[in-house]
Design a protein around this ligand. Structure first.
Ligand code: C2E
Ligand code: CA
Ligand code: CA
Length: 574
């Protein structure tokens, strides 16, 4: 009796333990994100656990229900899923596949495992695990997307484009075809970004990208966004169905229309295009991209909104520029510059008004390099700021020496670059030098160009006003070459207007130039500006300008730019 009670207690304890562990398994199983199907192969009993019901909205009870389950999956994947659920080889321990839900929104991985019990008398179990892998899939496809596409524009990125282009070039070599590589650079994009903001800038890039995307033809015409405002297009066999000319015609037509932003803002712009051709300009993808880049740069310099082809001399020019740029850096370091001074005279009495300070660079071989060649390079790479500082310092130093020594009153006019003017400390740096050399500011004039005025009106005006309040005068150089409108100029505090040499050159031969020049002179006077004609080379020009009322004459006719010792001779003779 005692023995039986003991056994009963043991059984009870074992049962309690069992139901506890079953409960634990069930809790774990039910809280799992995985879905499970259990199938007993001998009895055909089927049970579902875990998140299966949540995933598919059904329970399975027998093998026949598997078909109902596959109905919840994408039709294209069903056969594959059935193969996984019922592996053909009986002894196969594992089968798996990835499939989509019926609505295509979710992805699942299905893994079938046979539990071999080792004991042939025991029933054989099949466990099918179903995992939702939607997030994993979308992360993968995002990574895949990022590997090939540019996120701003949705077209190919540079790396993928280079690999496609490389394949295209290999085909071209086999088939003896050409490939054209076009680099498209949106003109004035920086200005659009600065003025309208980067959101509009990005939207513009997106619209250009989607325009290009629509033109893509596999293996024939491919496009990418290189970076910033630069796109590349490769055309296979450009003498065939797709040509550079047709592409460019379409591009021009697109850019002739405004780009309309989501806010309704209309952006009008143009594009510069450089073309390099395989095999003439280069044989690798990177060679072609580099060559196209060089032509785009040239195209921008030549007035933008155009298409230019790469030709060997362009490379020579470019290399010359690079060489010059390196030499220029050394020249700035060694201070290999000097100032020349060109006299200016009053037209009424031919008395000296003053001198325009003009920079000269003698390179290490003794060759004189004209400022028209190196100033644009210095403006591009920023060296102009150091050069400009030298110009102001040296010109003021000379001016102080001469005005003290000769005791005569005259002006010095100093050319100021836009980049130099834009610096926050520009006005202060000029004032400091005036103080340092103890100079009367009324003898100093700064020559600026219209490109300075186009910037933020308030900032420009505030600086001009401070300079003029200090006693320094302002002269507007190269008048007539830019956006020149006298009514626009009226808004700025300016003292003098220099009529550009191009007007003086054609004045005597061209009646319309005469009319324009005369009206510029008349209106300038009416607005209270002093006028200077530059580049006056002969007596006839001088006489005409003097009678038209131009106040001051500067040019080879009355005097070329002079080195300091010649200026001293001139001042001595006064
Ligand atoms: P710019 O300010 O318009 O200077 C006038 C240019 O015309 C000077 O050339 C001068 O030598 C030249 N010129 C004067 N009279 C005549 C003439 O009768 N006939 C001809 N054919 N040319 C004449 P330069 O010195 O070669 O300077 C060229 C340009 O380089 C200047 O044009 C100016 O834009 C820039 N530049 C010169 N010096 C400086 C400087 O110190 N700083 C800055 N930022 N730019 C400078
Ligand atoms: Ca000038
Ligand atoms: Ca000028």
């Amino acid at each position: 009796m005692e023995e039986r009670v003991y056994q009963f207690d043991l059984l009870k304890a074992q049962n309690a333990k069992l139901s506890k562990s079953e409960r634990i398994y069930r809790i774990i199983c039910e809280s799992s994100d995985y879905g499970y199907i259990y199938q007993n192969l001998a009895s055909d009993e089927v049970l579902t656990f875990g998140s299966f019901e949540k995933m598919f909205g059904l329970r399975l009870h027998s093998t026949a229900d598997f078909y109902e389950f596959t109905e919840r999956l994408n039709a294209e994947d069903r056969n594959m899923v059935l193969d996984t659920l019922f592996p053909e080889e009986k002894d196969e321990m594992l089968a798996s596949c990835e499939c989509r839900s019926l609505d295509d929104h979710s992805w699942f991985r299905i893994i079938t495992r046979l539990e071999d019990n080792d004991n042939p008398d025991l029933e054989m179990d099949k466990i099918i695990t179903i995992v939702n892998i939607t997030r994993e899939k979308s992360q993968n496809s995002e990574l895949l997307y990022m590997a090939y596409y540019d996120t701003t524009t949705g077209i190919y990125n540079r790396n993928y484009f280079v690999s496609l282009l490389t394949g295209m070039l290999q085909n071209a070599e086999k088939e003896g075809c050409k490939v054209s590589l076009l680099m498209i650079d949106i003109d004035d994009f920086k200005k659009i970004n600065d003025v309208r903001g980067i959101i509009i800038g990005d939207e513009l890039l997106e619209q250009v990208g989607s325009y290009l995307k629509n033109l893509m033809v596999k293996d024939k015409l491919i496009c990418c966004h290189i970076n910033n405002d630069i796109f590349c297009v490769a055309i296979y066999d450009p003498k065939g169905a797709y040509s550079v000319e047709n592409f460019y015609k379409g591009l021009r037509e697109r850019f002739d229309q405004p780009f309309i932003m989501s806010t309704g803002v209309e952006i009008r712009t143009t594009a510069s295009v450089g073309v390099a051709e395989y095999p003439d300009s280069g044989i690798s993808a990177l060679d072609l991209i580099n060559c196209a880049d060089i032509v785009v740069y040239k195209c921008k310099k030549n007035g933008k909104n155009n298409l230019e082809y790469f030709k060997a001399p362009i490379l020579d020019d470019f290399l010359k520029n690079v060489d010059l740029e390196n030499k220029l850096k050394t020249a700035v370091f060694d201070n290999n510059f000097m100032m020349y001074f060109q006299p200016q005279y009053y037209s009424c009495n031919r008395q000296l008004r003053g001198f325009e300070a003009l920079i000269r660079w003698k390179d290490e071989t003794g060759k004189m390099i004209p400022p028209s060649v190196f100033i644009p390079i210095a403006e591009k790479n920023g060296l102009i700021v150091s050069i400009g500082h030298f110009v102001v310092d040296e010109s003021l130093k000379q001016y102080k020496r001469w005005s003290d020594y000769y005791g005569k009153k005259f002006k010095v006019s100093i050319n100021i670059s836009a980049l130099q003017y834009k610096r926050d400390d520009f006005v202060e740096s000029v004032m400091e030098l005036l103080d340092k050399y103890d100079i009367d500011p009324s003898g100093v004039e700064l020559e600026i160009t219209e490109s300075i005025l186009i910037d933020d009106f308030d900032v420009v005006t505030e600086k001009l006003t401070r300079i003029r309040n200090y006693g320094v005068s302002i002269s507007l150089d190269d008048f007539g070459t830019g956006y020149s409108s006298l009514s626009y100029l009226k808004k700025f505090p300016i003292d003098t207007l220099k009529v550009d040499k191009s007007f003086i050159d054609t004045l005597l031969d061209d009646a319309s130039t005469r009319i324009i020049t005369e009206s510029i002179l008349n209106m300038s006077h009416a607005m209270g500006f002093e006028t200077i004609a530059e580049g006056v080379e002969n007596e006839r020009q001088f006489n005409y300008l003097a009678s038209a009322g131009c106040d001051v004459i500067q040019g080879f006719y009355l005097g070329k730019p002079l080195p300091p010792d010649k200026v001293e001779e001139l001042l001595n003779d006064l």
